[in-house]
Design a protein around this ligand. Structure first.
Ligand SMILES: [Zn+2]
Ligand SMILES: [Zn+2]
Length: 326
């Protein structure tokens, strides 16, 4: 615990979302928004699908990489296939410690910094990501590979910013930091524990951080695995932006094994959502059920493929495999 603190620039977000929004008057709102899927299981490009997630978030000229996929080279190869240049992206977010979101970080940083030393040089994570995770006897090595990854990242000259609460990283673009868990969602695979005061407690992925974009039409949410629970994330996005209207949910929301009652409750809480670009651990059945429950269709609620995207004011471009071709 102590050694990583020495490596880490511990810049804690001091503002709560609502306070920040209130302090900044009407708040900043994003105009041009595009989110492109760079890693998920369904591949339109080069066959490079994987169990993982990554997306490029572009807002008013500012570009952010959200998660980095599972395998060291898949996001890099996918961006080459898609002709997307990430070398001008300086900010990268790792949503949580699971290696299907962290796997590409070092490969991408090392490859891209040859073109631009600032590429992926600023890493945002939620507080709790360094916590050791154990199996139920609490013995042996921690299952959390993130501290070692963070050291390798810092060795490349990158800096890490841990968030204890919401932070606006660009105009109208927020990171949630750890999300309050008002709803009892358990959208993760149980089995790992954290140790506090010598006692083991189930790991709830406290650090799980999503990206929230505040727009004139409502809120756009990008989430890696949605372990904090998409109902909780949506509620927190509302608290941060003061806007209850949901335009789009993009990414993994870990409902692939959810009971129907959970999907029904989730849809009720996401009522009014206009677009669902459901990637990774959302699950195909869950996506189709949510589409039905939310009154959406195959153009507006789509299983994401690599290269699929959401553009504010335009909707989802799904690609030939994943969606509707008119
Ligand atoms: Zn995960
Ligand atoms: Zn995942």
């Amino acid at each position: 615990m102590k050694h990583w603190m020495a490596w880490t620039l511990l810049l804690l977000a001091a503002l709560t979302g609502t306070a920040a929004r209130a302090a900044s008057g009407a708040g900043h709102q994003a105009q041009a928004v595009k989110v492109t899927t760079l890693s998920t299981m369904l591949a339109d490009y080069e066959g490079l699908g994987e169990w993982g997630y990554a997306a490029l978030v572009e807002v008013d000229g500012r570009r952010v990489l959200f998660d980095t996929g599972a395998n060291p080279d898949v996001v890099l190869k996918n961006t080459e296939a898609l002709h997307i240049d990430l070398s001008t992206v300086e900010d990268v977010v790792i949503s949580h410690f699971h290696d299907d979101h962290t796997g590409g970080l070092i490969t991408l940083r090392k490859a891209l910094m040859q073109k631009n030393p600032g590429a992926l040089s600023h890493l945002y994570v939620g507080e709790g990501i360094f916590e050791p995770r154990y199996h139920k006897d609490g013995k042996g090595e921690s299952e959390n590979g993130f501290p070692a990854l963070a050291k390798a990242y810092l060795d490349t000259g990158g800096r890490i910013q841990q968030l204890s609460g919401p932070a606006e990283i660009a105009s109208g673009v927020w990171l949630t930091g750890p999300v309050p868990r008002g709803h009892a969602e358990t959208n993760w695979n149980p089995g790992l524990f954290i140790k506090t005061g010598g006692q083991l407690f189930p790991d709830t992925l406290r650090e799980d951080t999503s990206l929230v974009i505040d727009t004139a039409q409502g809120v756009v949410i990008v989430t890696g695995c949605g372990h904090a629970g998409i109902m909780n994330i949506a509620e927190h996005a509302k608290a941060i932006t003061g806007d209850a209207r949901l335009v789009a949910v993009i990414g993994g929301i870990h409902l692939f094994a959810a009971r129907d009652a959970v999907l029904v409750e989730t849809a009720a809480r996401l009522k009014g959502l206009s677009y669902l670009l459901a990637a990774h651990c959302t699950g195909i059945e869950a996506t189709v059920r949510l589409r039905e429950l939310l009154g959406l269709d195959r153009r507006t609620a789509v299983v994401a493929a690599i290269g699929s995207s959401f553009t504010l004011g335009k909707g989802i471009e799904a690609g030939a495999i994943a969606g509707w071709v008119g």
